[in-house]
Structures are given as structure tokens and as C-alpha cells.
Design a protein around this ligand. Structure first.
Ligand SMILES: *Cc1c(COP(=O)(O)O)cnc(C)c1O
Length: 336
């Protein structure tokens, strides 16, 4: 892939670290568990959307936009980071927030919600779960156009092919870094939500002909639907990058056993994972994405899915600001 052909803004002036988790690995008595710290990416509090926004915001600037409009859940890391990128670039930012859990939006909410207000979103429009989000964004864009302004629309999670290039770039970074460190990685575990992260990684690994198995842990959708979404987006990403390959269907692996009661709703497995990472390693996960993804990793280890001689890498996609909106949940005392 020749990614340097694409306009790109730089929001992280370094490769994110790859670190061992020796205490967690010992506690699980399974494979070596390592983590790639994409929670340390640039922009306000980091996380995976920063990589996607490098390409998306560069495109917005090329098109002469003055305002970024995007959409997310009420505690959206993606909305927080889109707003932070807008501030960095001197752009305005408007947000459409989808109340996926009825009544969950609180204007004075903490976590990401606090940061929307602190960084000064120009407008926040709250819509009911299941609404036509593209239409809601277009409505805001039309209002801006009527007064001579120009909006750039970013889909939920920044997960179109252009945004997913950020994770194709991450795959290249990860391979170069593992080579540099002399670190053989046997398996990658990553969150699978709106899909740009999982699909972009698969696209980048495929283009590099790197046979590194990836398990995407679903945080929302059931397996079949999510695998179809990932396959389509990975292929779109390869096509956009001009790579003459397709991701093989057998490489698209989604585990949907850790969604719990639903998107953003707590599960005991998530709470256990958040507590283990914090207490054994001082690494902060989040309740909506990485907590469930790490629960998936822990579940796979306990199920004997990996050989003790293997090395498993968790891609830490960020999200810790949401912890502050889930205080009681993450401090829950679990039985046993
Ligand atoms: C958005 C998000 C994800 C999921 O990434 P997708 O590219 O939407 O699949 C995972 N972790 C965190 C912290 C996120 O904010």
C-alpha cells in the first residue's frame, strides 16, 4: 500500500508503544499477553479514532470545509476526538448524539459528555436510537449551507474506507515495530464496533501479506452481520488504497459472546477485565469497548484457545474518559 499518496494530518508524533503485561499474563497462566497502546494516540485523551481522523480531517481541509459534523452514542469517544481535531484545525464541530439506550443523554453528564462541553461543540442534537443518522447530519449541513458555510460529514466511528486507512497504516506500523523489536506476535485481539479498526487492520495486514490472525470482539452486532460489515469495509479499504487483493473470508473472525446485555450495557466479564487491567497493570480500559474486548481475550485464554508458548497482542483502542461516567459500575464488587 502506498499510503503516502493520501493527504494526512499528523496527530501523534510517534509509534504507540507495544508493552508486555507480565502480571496479567501470570494471573491468567496462559500465553504472553501484550498490548499496543493506541490509548496513547494524540488529541484529547487519545484512542483509535485519532488514526482515522488523520485521513478524514485532511480530506475535509482539502475540500475547504469549515465545520465537521459527526454522529455517535451519548458517550462517544469518536465525537470527543472529532471535536478535538476540529479545535486543533480551527474548525467548528457539530454533533448528532444517538440515544441508543432511551433516556441515557444527560446534558450535565460526565466523561466524554463533559469534554464535548469543555471543548465547545457548536451544536449538539440528540436523536432517538434507530433514527436516520445520515439524514440528521445532512439536516445540520443544509442549515450551514444556507448561511454560506461548508460542512464535512464524518460517518459514525469514522468508519468509511478513508477512515479505515488509519488502521491499514496501523497494521504497517505494527509489523515494522514488531520486526524492530524482534517480537513475534501470534494473534491479535481487537474491538469490532463500527468496524473501521478491525477492517482497516485486516486490509493492511492482507496488503502486507502478513498472516497474523485477528479476532474482532463485537461490542454490539451479532457475528454474521458484523463479519459481513467487516468484509465489505476491508475490501472497500483495499480498493481505495489501490491494492489488488481481497481479504479472505476465513480471515474475518468476529466473536460476539462478550456483548453482554447490549451495546454500552455492563456485564460482569467487562467489570472483571477492567478491574484486572487496572489492578494488575495500571492500564485503564473502558466500559463500552476495551473492557468487553479484554473480557473476550481473557475468555479465550481461559478456554485454552492459545498455546502457552504464544504471544497475544491486545490492541488498546482507548476510551478511558467513559470510566468517569460509569463509576459505580466499574467499582462493583464481583463474587468469587
Ligand atoms: C470506537 C471505539 C472502538 C471500536 O472501533 P470501531 O472502529 O468503531 O470498530 C473501540 N474502542 C474504543 C475506545 C472506541 O472508541
Amino acid at each position: 500500500m502506498h499510503l503516502a499518496r493520501f493527504p494526512r494530518r499528523r496527530y501523534t508524533p510517534f509509534w504507540t508503544p507495544i508493552e508486555p503485561l507480565p502480571n496479567l499474563s501470570a494471573a491468567l497462566a496462559g500465553p504472553e499477553v501484550w498490548v499496543k497502546r493506541d490509548d496513547m494516540l494524540g488529541l484529547a485523551s487519545g484512542g483509535n479514532k485519532t488514526r482515522k481522523l488523520e485521513f478524514l480531517v485532511a480530506d475535509a481541509l482539502e475540500q475547504g470545509a469549515d465545520t465537521l459534523i459527526t454522529v455517535g452514542a451519548v458517550q462517544s469517544n469518536h465525537c470527543r476526538l472529532t471535536l478535538a481535531a476540529a479545535r486543533r484545525e480551527g474548525l467548528q464541530c457539530q454533533l448528532v448524539l444517538e440515544e441508543r439506550v432511551p433516556g441515557s443523554y444527560r446534558e450535565d453528564g460526565s466523561g466524554n459528555n463533559l469534554l464535548y462541553r469543555l471543548m465547545g461543540a457548536e451544536r449538539i442534537e440528540v436523536v432517538q436510537g434507530g433514527s436516520d443518522l445520515n439524514a440528521a447530519m445532512q439536516g445540520l449541513a443544509d442549515e450551514l449551507a444556507a448561511v454560506g458555510r461548508k460542512a464535512y460529514l464524518i460517518p459514525g466511528g469514522g468508519s468509511n474506507a478513508l477512515g479505515a486507512l488509519g488502521y491499514a497504516a496501523c497494521a504497517e506500523e505494527l509489523l515494522a515495530q514488531a520486526f524492530d523489536l524482534g517480537l513475534r506476535i501470534d494473534h491479535l485481539v481487537v474491538s469490532s464496533g463500527s468496524g473501521g479498526t478491525h477492517a482497516g487492520l485486516l486490509a493492511g495486514l492482507r496488503a502486507a501479506q502478513a498472516d497474523l490472525p485477528v479476532t474482532g470482539v463485537s461490542v454490539r452486532a451479532e457475528r454474521g452481520a458484523q463479519e459481513a460489515r467487516i468484509q465489505a469495509l476491508a475490501d472497500d479499504t483495499l480498493a481505495l488504497a489501490g491494492a489488488d487483493v481481497r481479504v479472505r473470508p476465513e480471515d474475518v473472525v468476529v466473536d460476539d459472546a462478550y456483548v453482554g446485555p447490549g451495546y454500552s450495557l455492563p456485564s460482569d466479564e467487562m467489570v472483571e477485565a477492567v478491574q484486572m487491567f487496572a489492578r494488575l497493570e495500571g492500564v485503564l480500559l473502558d466500559p463500552v469497548y476495551t473492557g468487553k474486548t479484554a473480557a473476550g481475550l481473557i475468555g479465550l485464554v481461559r478456554a485454552g484457545r492459545f498455546d502457552p508458548s504464544e504471544r497475544v497482542l491486545l490492541l488498546h483502542t482507548g476510551g478511558s474518559p467513559a470510566l468517569y461516567a460509569y463509576q459505580d459500575v466499574v467499582l462493583k464488587e464481583l463474587a468469587g
